[in-house]
Design a protein around this ligand. Structure first.
Ligand code: IMP
Ligand code: MG
Length: 177
């Protein structure tokens, strides 16, 4: 549970994140077809998606943007390993190229579940993008197409990423102790 005064140590500041998002947008624009759909995973990806779509727009891309909501963590720091679908994308994905975007990939269970769901909905080609990857924690084999930052096994918050619903509004990413 969140304490009144959690200690948060800055890991990536606003400038570092902005530079990395621009680089990711360039890599995505180079690789994806022009008419792709972005599906962001709520809630954690909302800040990242907001910055990413505007970086893509500056590069001449016009993606359609949708979200889906999955839940695995609840209020703790350890994944429940039990991914639940809370809201699915409200869009026809039949034959479309989809860029699935999440804040963090940890065990890989959430993004693996999301990929399966998008495949069932008819997406022709699914690309995965995570702002942060924690490969040392992986339990489900998953090769991500686009990764912003690779980090060791620490618990982070900020830039959309929460701890027990707090800290999503921080403009930087920090490690919480
Ligand atoms: P996975 O299913 O284990 O890959 O978990 C992915 C989800 O867990 C992400 O979408 C995050 O919401 C959450 N998560 C994983 N690591 C962290 C962290 O360090 N801070 C906050 N949330 C995290
Ligand atoms: Mg999440």
């Amino acid at each position: 549970m969140r304490k009144a005064k959690d200690k948060i140590t800055k890991l990536f500041d606003e400038r570092e994140i902005a530079i990395r998002v621009e680089e990711l947008a360039r890599a995505i624009a180079d690789r994806l077809p022009s008419d792709f759909v972005i599906v962001g995973l709520l809630v954690g990806s909302f800040v990242f998606v907001a910055d990413l779509v505007r970086a893509l727009q500056r590069l001449g891309c016009d993606p359609v943007v949708e979200f889906m909501r999955l839940s695995s963590y609840g209020r703790g720091r350890v994944s429940s390993r039990n991914v639940r679908l809370l809201a699915e994308p409200n869009l026809d994905l039949g034959g479309r190229a989809v860029l699935l975007v999440d804040d963090i990939v940890d065990t890989g269970r959430t993004i693996d579940y999301a990929c399966g769901l998008l495949r069932n909905k008819g997406a022709s080609n699914i690309f995965t993008c995570a702002l942060v990857d924690k490969p040392s924690r992986r339990e489900v084999a998953m090769d991500l197409d686009f990764v912003g930052f690779t980090i060791p096994n620490v618990f982070i918050v900020g830039y959309g990423i929460d701890y027990a619903h707090a800290y999503r509004h921080l403009p930087f990413i920090g490690v919480i102790e």
